[in-house]
Design a protein. Structure first.
Length: 675
């Protein structure tokens, strides 16, 4: 599990998927590809300059949502960090303005401004700012290791900003050039001599045409991202500032970050006030910071939720990757080797998850030419990183354990207890499955599946006995369970804890799933791999689905983070014409099918399903429950946790004026409303 609370908040969605713009939303379904009538050289479009970035921003920054917006800042500060790590800069300044601009200043060498040898009519600065894949980091002459790439990261920022200003101080001369949407809007200006200044200044404003007029940087998030960078390299001082109107209790208007202790300081701050399993922090460094193959780490075991934050060349990797694989291998093998040395045979059952289950781990690696999964660099893919980290940390961990046998024995015993508890709960879960229907206060409502393992098992949550009866006939009894709920579930966003605890439907649902709410939730207790909300394809069904998603988000957020919650997509219409049959999801889909699939071929019989209970079980199985032919939407949290909670409270809370305000704000965007 990864956690980058000091960087990006909740883990963003996978780079392969286009993230939704709502805070709590299903991933979009694929539209069918329509055949083209012709295809020739005239259909080949050539995009010039940075136009590909503006046309398809998701290919470069993962989308246009709040995570992508903040990724622009990450790209700019990464370049300044590369200067610092390379020994060329000692100071970075970040300023967030109330006008939506961010300014990043470093005292490094400054981007070159002389004419580019291959494009002599342009300065190197303009080539870097306006050309993809043009930069000083594609070989190791200018930078031994780097996170950002001049011309890849900063040119993308330029393409997606409606206003960007670059100032470069080199050789006691100050230069300036302005850009808009990837193109220069002024010539490179020589502003004269400066005696006590050097480095690069970039000030930019994200383009509202790309990110929306209401998109704004989060002061808290930018502040945390800035502070985290200072922990990654003890040799840099980072100065933070923001306009007074943006300052809050957690975001000061001015601050200076300098942490000589690096990641150990980070860990100490993160776990302050928590009960530790062992007092010492396992921390160390191998190699010179910024040099190829260098590794820094800090790990502490404590009572509480675990987190792992990893970085490659100061770039955060929220989805982990090969360097985290090396960390897991090193810790597991090191602890097992120590157990073998002292003759403790109980350690044979432990896994890397047992070792990292209640631990805070920070790790930073530097390697040449790292390979990432996706342009947003969320996951490291370089194979050599596993070997580098494993070798560096395993030897240090062996020495750390043998040097302090009292703390080593305490850590080993604690880890073995976690492993044995995991195995015991797994066995109890298999036993509980057999008697789950007897435990429910509504006997017989849960139609359980026959398999005992949670992996591959599914439970469909439906509304009412009628829908439940149809679903039970359509299901695969081996792997699919059905739980009918009576009426609409309690809206937990506005309910007291006492009311929630006394609710019969919630109690039945929790007992069927095998889990407890909030901080008592444990992944290993979950009895099903997929929890599928299956409601009628109408407004009432959408409301029930919203209430259920609100419950899962507020009371079982880790279930969503684990990728277990889905929405089924039952059709609203069945269209048939002779032997040809198709299903439509809504009125618009029906109209499309009538025009494209059934036009000019005679009468079309249209059946509107009044609900799941009215749908023949054969049709329900074919369209909604059969894994081979159905479409499921996975529910994900795609925005900052605080922002998501605010939206859920606004739409589902007990303040009707907040919903009225939201409806008033969004009414102008409604284009198709049935009356």
């Amino acid at each position: 599990m990864t956690d980058n609370n000091d960087l990006f908040g909740d883990t963003p969605p996978p780079a392969a998927a286009q993230p939704a713009k709502s805070a709590l939303a299903p991933a979009p379904a694929r539209e069918p590809v329509q055949p083209t009538s012709s295809y020739s050289a005239a259909d080949i479009e050539v995009l010039e300059g940075l136009e590909p970035v503006r046309r398809r921003p998701g290919m470069y920054i993962g989308g246009t949502d709040v995570n992508a917006l903040h990724h622009l800042f990450a790209e700019v500060i990464d370049n300044s960090m590369d200067e610092a790590i390379g020994g060329h800069a000692t100071r970075i300044e970040v300023h967030l303005g109330s006008d939506g601009y961010i300014t990043v200043i470093d005292n490094g060498r400054g981007i070159p401004v002389d004419s580019h040898p291959k494009q002599p009519h342009l300065s190197a600065l303009e080539v870097i700012m306006s050309t993809l894949h043009a930069g000083g980091k594609f070989d190791s002459k200018a930078y031994e290791t780097s996170g950002g790439l001049h011309g890849v990261g900063v040119s993308v920022v330029n393409a997606l900003s409606d206003d960007l200003i670059v100032e470069v101080a080199r050789e006691q001369t100050l230069y300036r050039q302005s850009y808009s949407r990837g193109k220069s809007v002024s010539a490179l200006e020589n502003l004269g001599r400066v005696n006590n200044r050097r480095g690069t200044t970039i000030k930019f404003h994200p383009d509202p045409e790309i990110f929306g007029a209401s998109a704004k940087f989060s002061p808290d998030r930018i502040f945390r991202m800035t502070r985290a960078k200072a922990y990654l390299f003890g040799g840099v001082e980072i100065r933070w500032s923001c306009d007074e109107e943006l300052a809050t209790e957690s975001v000061p208007s001015k601050a200076v970050f300098h942490f000589p202790g690096g990641l150990k300081d980070f860990i100490e701050r993160r776990i302050e006030g928590k009960t530790r399993i062992i007092d010492d922090v396992f921390a160390g460094k191998i190699g010179r910071a910024g040099a190829h193959g260098s590794v820094e780490w800090a790990i502490s075991w404590f009572i509480g939720d675990s987190f792992t934050s990893s970085y490659c060349n100061t770039v955060t990797t929220p989805d982990g990757g090969t360097h985290e694989a090396g960390l897991r291998t090193a810790l597991l093998r090191g602890l097992k080797n120590y157990a073998d040395m002292i003759g403790n045979k109980r350690a044979s059952v432990i896994t890397s998850e047992d070792v990292l289950g209640h631990c805070g781990a920070m790790m930073s690696v530097f390697i040449r030419e790292p390979e990432f999964v996706g342009q947003t660099k969320d996951k490291l893919a370089s194979g050599e990183a596993t070997r580098i980290v494993d070798n560096a940390i395993r030897d240090a961990f062996d020495h750390w354990l043998t040097a302090a046998p009292n703390q080593a024995n305490k850590l080993l015993d604690w880890t073995i207890d976690r492993a044995e508890d995991r195995l015991r709960r797994r066995k109890e879960k298999e036993i509980d499955r057999k008697s789950a229907t007897r435990k429910l206060r509504l006997p017989g409502k849960l139609a359980d599946c026959s398999q005992s393992a949670a992996q591959g098992a599914e439970i469909f949550i439906v509304e009412g006995d009628s829908a439940g009866g149809s679903a039970k006939q359509a299901r695969d009894r081996a792997s699919q369970a059905v739980l009918p709920l009576r009426g609409k579930i309690l809206n937990v966003a506005g309910a007291s804890r006492d009311k929630l605890a006394a609710n019969q439907q919630i109690s039945d649902l929790l007992q069927a799933l095998g889990v407890s709410m909030r901080d008592r939730y444990r992944e290993d207790d979950l009895r099903y791999d997929k929890i599928i909300i299956m409601t009628d394809a109408d407004v009432d069904g959408a409301h029930i689905a919203s209430l259920l998603m609100t419950f899962f988000y507020q009371e079982l957020p880790k279930l969503i983070e684990g990728g277990h919650l889905y929405l089924a997509l039952p059709p609203l219409y069945r269209l048939s014409q002779g032997a040809k049959t198709a299903y439509a999801m809504d009125d618009a889909d029906r109209a499309r099918l009538m025009e494209q699939e059934f036009a000019g071929r005679g009468k079309v019989e249209v059946t509107r399903f009044k609900g799941l209970g009215e749908m023949p079980h054969a049709h329900l199985k074919e369209t909604t429950m059969n894994p081979k032919s159905r479409t499921l939407l996975q529910v994900r949290i795609v925005a900052d946790r605080t922002e998501t909670t605010d939206i859920v409270d606004r739409l589902m809370g007990n303040k009707p004026e907040a919903r009225f305000e939201f409806i008033s704000e969004k009414a102008a965007f409604v284009t198709d409303l049935d009356v």
